[in-house]
Ligand binder design. Sequence first.
Ligand SMILES: C[S@@+](CC[C@H](N)C(=O)[O-])C[C@H]1O[C@@H](n2cnc3c(N)ncnc32)[C@H](O)[C@@H]1O
Length: 307
Amino acid sequence: MTPLPSNLLWVFENISPADQEKIITGWSQPRSIVSFRVNNLRSSRTEVIEELKKSALPYTVWAHWEDALYMEKEHEYALRGLEIYKTGKIYVQSLSSMIPVLCLDAQSGQKILDMTAAPGSKTTQIASMLGWKCSITALEKFGIRLEKLVHTIKLQGAEDCVEVIKIDATEIVSHYSKDEKGNKGAKMFDRILLDAPCSSDGRINLEDEKTYKWYSWEKSQSKSTIQYEMLEQARKMLTDNGRIVYSTCSISRRENEEVIQKFLKTHPEFHILPSPIAPDYTIEDNMNRWYPSPMMEGFFVGILEKG
Ligand SMILES: C[S@@+](CC[C@H](N)C(=O)[O-])C[C@H]1O[C@@H](n2cnc3c(N)ncnc32)[C@H](O)[C@@H]1O
């Protein structure tokens, strides 16, 4: 095995040697599947499965969620050529990326905030699961990313239930602190998804230098600072008994467990819930990490409940 680039050793801070091995193995194995989900706003599982059968594309339904399907990567080109893909009846999304929304336990009638939403995979997953009557606010700071978010929402047919706002997610409290009549704290959310910007070390492919050459302790540490700031903003926007799902495609403790541990120490009114989906490995206190593998990207989810 070629030696690991030295900058990547910073990912392993406070991670056991056995788990480091798992991560290195995952970084050495490219994903071998393409996964996608049914978009219930435009179609149904029955229609999608019929179309896949007609096209003779061999698929498997994911054991954790019946709306998620996958097939060997070699079929991706054919899948993306199908009408059901082009018309937004299905949405290509990694299995790990589907997990945070499955942990959100969002219900119709709740106010839902997706704090860092582009390109909209999870915003539209929530809409697909809840239907048109749901109420989602999707935030994004950057213009080009915002365009992608709007495009995804349109293609998936979710315009009527998603409000998109161009804003820095570290400043949402001041944005919502007054409504148009000047009332304080007018908008509170029952469910908040913070799929935070991260250093994406769960997606590293050791065969492809582009995926890791920029990585450094400083970059990861600065993400960690922003992630904590965003979590604080989420806390202030949450209703009593509300839930925040914090996720990243990082596998470092710095950007995950350590952010959440600091938060819980400062805010004992929160506790952490177990994930409804069994991870490869539960590190501690119900925080869940999925290591990269041929099926999954490396991913982290922590479910925080208030009250
Ligand atoms: C991990 S991606 C989100 C992926 C998205 N949840 C999905 O599943 O499609 C993080 C997003 O946060 C955005 N972002 C970064 N800093 C931000 C900030 N300060 N405020 C709002 N969005 C930000 C990035 O542009 C990026 O689109």
